[in-house]
Write a protein of this length. Structure first.
Ligand SMILES: [Zn+2]
Length: 264
């Protein structure tokens, strides 16, 4: 397996669960594991920054590094003129010549010491770029999550077919899951029959060994919460029954329509 995709690493760092395959790779590959660890750290820093909403001023040497990187000149940044060239500050021809004459010596002396800061500056630049992109990802993913969470998601649906005693009936059932994980079934029954007694909506296991009542269907359309302990992969049949007003809470045995849920 090749190294993990950078986008995937970012999403995993942001909390998206890794697949078994990705987890196995992270366990085996130090390079990807290290990259993930760095991303996770950046996410923590990014999140705490977003939460606190109060940016701390970076240390002077960080600004100096940025100024240097942007070619502003570290000394100019800290001077009272704010780094803007002034007439008085411009080197005269004579000064330039002296500077050029001195340059080779100065370069030789500074070269070994300059190598380390250069590496550090590159590191700072990478970290800042990373932090900026992670902040963007956090914002985008946060917005996307917010949008997604406010909309119920359809997780299953069924076409409800008529039983022989109710040849003209038909219906549909749609199961949606809300942001908080609660599920509900929207049932739509189309039959022209006069209703004496009432209609009741049920979830039934595939082998009909167990069933649960969701409630009474008033009119042709109703929305019914699915009890939390009901596993819809077991209770796959949606049933609407005709019930006499006899006070018996069990299924009358007179089903109008029934259909099996297909999962999205
Ligand atoms: Zn790898």
């Amino acid at each position: 397996m090749p190294h993990l995709d950078a986008d995937r690493l970012s999403l995993i760092a942001l909390g998206e669960p890794a697949t078994d395959e990705e987890r196995a790779h992270l366990d085996a590959c130090d390079e990807c594991a290290l990259e993930l660890a760095e991303l996770e750290y950046t996410v923590i820093v990014g999140r705490s920054t977003v939460t606190v909403g109060d940016l701390e001023a970076p240390p002077e040497r960080v600004w100096a590094g940025i100024a240097d990187e942007l070619g502003l000149g570290a000394t100019g940044m800290t001077s009272t003129t704010g780094g803007m060239p002034t007439a008085g500050g411009m080197p005269t021809a004579g000064e330039t010549e002296r500077a050029e004459a001195a340059a080779p010596v100065a370069a030789d002396e500074e070269a070994p010491a300059a190598a380390a800061p250069a590496r550090r500056r590159r590191g700072i630049r990478v970290v800042f770029a990373l932090a900026a992109s992670i902040a963007l990802i956090v914002a985008v993913v946060g917005t996307w999550t917010l949008v997604r969470e406010t909309q119920p998601v359809e997780i299953a649906a069924a076409t409800l077919d008529a039983f022989p005693d109710h040849p003209d009936a038909s219906g549909t059932a749609v199961v949606v899951e809300k942001a908080d994980g609660a599920r509900q079934v929207e049932v739509d029954l189309d039959d022209g029959e006069p209703s004496d007694g009432f209609r009741e909506v049920w979830l039934i296991t595939e082998d009909a060994s167990a069933l649960v009542s969701l409630g009474v269907l008033e009119g042709s359309t109703g929305v019914f919460p699915v009890p939390d302990d009901i596993d819809l992969s077991e209770y796959v049949l949606v049933d609407v029954s005709q019930e006499p007003a006899d006070g018996d809470p069990t299924h009358s045995g007179d089903s109008i329509v029934r259909g099996e849920l297909g999962f999205a």
